[in-house]
Write a protein that binds this ligand. Structure first.
Ligand code: NAD
Length: 434
């Protein structure tokens, strides 16, 4: 099949590469000239395991074409995916400017009957609005079909998720569209049928509900962790106790210092906004967001309890800046809030992350923060270690090295990954809910 993907970010680049890997011809379009120039040289703009190898091989085969020329891409394809960003606006509503601009650009450049597929996460009704914008701005008699095909890949394991999806949701208005997209995705799900076909609005809604439910599980468990702390229970034991119930399960019930990323925070806010716009006041969702924002401060409060409000003269080492392991994405990462609060109180930060330092520097202009190239260098002359993102390399602690380098043997563990036994070796260990 011949496909155009508009927006070559985390979703567009991964999806486009995987479509090409399955033998389709894919045009990845972006209006970021530097990004496309780099991709043509196989310089990958994001960190995502296994992505670079697949981009290289498919570009070499000629199945993956990076371009800024939308017209050229549209002339050569008839399935067009929209995968541009849908960030939150300041008021929490979904900023659909990028999506609607693309709709206009499609109308200006399209020459063939085409299927437009919305892969970006968009509020209910957006796909029909995109169709309306395109149709009302077309000069020629061109037939447009519209579909919603929300993306469920997880950063850090995006290639695997894309190559082996749990499910493929297709929201469409007619059988021909279902058949076309089923054909496209059939190479990814050869062993059993994991298509879920539905109307366009429900497909759009499904994506928000999936993210909102996962965010709810996290916030719920963080609230339980805070209650555990007050009562002397241990949230890690509680997780085991409840996760063994199949109806609950073990996933997404880890207590920690809050969720971040490009999806959960904005999608929870987006769903709240959709509800309000439609005259419904969602109570659970509003608290999910509020609990999460407070949770990002839990480690800061523990630091204040230990060192006092005034942190001047103290240095803190941060392990992990990305919002989760295996990605360089720092959007809405708890690390930003934690670092900013410490700096606001006069403390200094030294930070290390295996992949996200450049992105963090680029996105957040903080004073009093220095970056180090290794997880141990960052500890020198520091008064405490703060673990924020549980990258694998942080799991096994070299306690001798920590003892030698840290001024004080203090660890704030924002993901509950360390054994309380290190307390027996003279370390002060602060965790969440235990
Ligand atoms: P991103 O910010 O990484 O990428 C968006 C890309 O679109 C950028 O490269 C930008 O330059 C490009 N773009 C913007 N306007 C354009 C235009 N007019 N023409 C061509 N290119 C244009 O975003 P992302 O993380 O890939 O997310 C894309 C969408 O997918 C969002 O709606 C997001 O919510 C959703 N989503 C993201 C993830 C994820 O893990 N990142 C997972 C599932 C769904």
């Amino acid at each position: 099949m011949k496909i155009t993907i508009i927006g070559t970010g985390y979703v567009g680049l991964v999806t486009g590469t995987c479509f090409a890997e399955m033998g389709n011809k894919v045009y990845c379009v972006d209006n970021d000239l530097e990004k496309i120039a780099n991709l043509k040289e196989n310089i990958i703009p994001i960190y995502e395991p296994n992505l670079e190898t697949l981009v290289k091989s498919n570009q070499n085969k000629g199945d993956l074409i990076f371009t800024t020329n939308l017209k050229d891409a549209l002339d050569n394809s008839n399935i067009i995916f929209i995968a541009v960003g849908t960030p939150a606006s300041d008021d929490g509503s979904v900023n659909l400017d990028y999506v609607y601009n693309v709709a206009l650009e499609i109308a200006e450049n399209i020459t063939n009957d085409s299927l437009i597929v919305i892969k970006s996460t968009v509020p209910v009704g957006t796909a029909f609005k995109v169709k309306e914008i395109i149709e009302s701005n077309l000069d020629e008699d061109i037939k447009i079909d519209i579909a919603s095909n929300p993306e469920f890949l997880k950063e850090g394991v995006a290639i695997n998720d894309c190559m082996h999806p749990d499910r493929v949701i297709i929201g469409a208005e007619n059988e021909m569209v279902f058949d076309t997209l089923k054909e496209l995705y059939s190479s990814f799900i050869v062993n059993n049928d994991r298509f879920i076909l539905m109307d366009v609005r429900s497909a759009e809604m499904s994506k928000y509900v999936a993210n909102a439910l996962l965010a709810t599980k996290i916030s719920f468990m963080n609230e339980i962790a805070n209650i555990c702390e007050k009562t002397g229970a241990n949230v890690k034991n509680v997780r085991l106790g409840i996760g063994s119930d199949k109806r609950i399960g073990y996933d997404f019930i880890y207590a920690g210092c809050g969720y971040g990323g490009s999806c959960f925070p904005k999608d929870v806010k987006g769903l709240i906004n959709t509800a309000m716009d439609n005259g419904y006041v969602p109570k659970i969702l509003s608290y999910v967001d509020e609990v999460n924002e407070n949770q990002k401060l839990v480690l800061v409060n523990k630091i204040i309890d230990r060192f006092g409000e005034d942190l001047s003269g103290l240095t803190f080492s941060i392990w992990g800046l990305s919002f989760k392991p295996q990605t360089d994405d720092v959007r809405c990462a708890p690390s930003l809030k934690i670092a900013s609060e410490i700096i606001k109180r006069g403390g200094k930060i030294k930070a290390y992350d295996p992949k996200a330092i450049d992105n963090f520097k680029l996105n957040f202009d903080l004073d009093n923060i220095t970056y180090k190239k290794s997880k141990y260098d960052v500890l020198d002359d520091s008064d405490a270690l703060i673990l924020i993102t549980e990258w694998k390399e942080f799991r096994a602690l070299d306690l001798d090295e920590l003892s030698k380098r840290l001024n004080q043997k203090i660890i704030f563990d924002g993901r509950n990954i360390y054994s309380p036994k290190i307390r027996e070796l003279g370390f002060e260990l602060y965790q969440i809910g235990c």
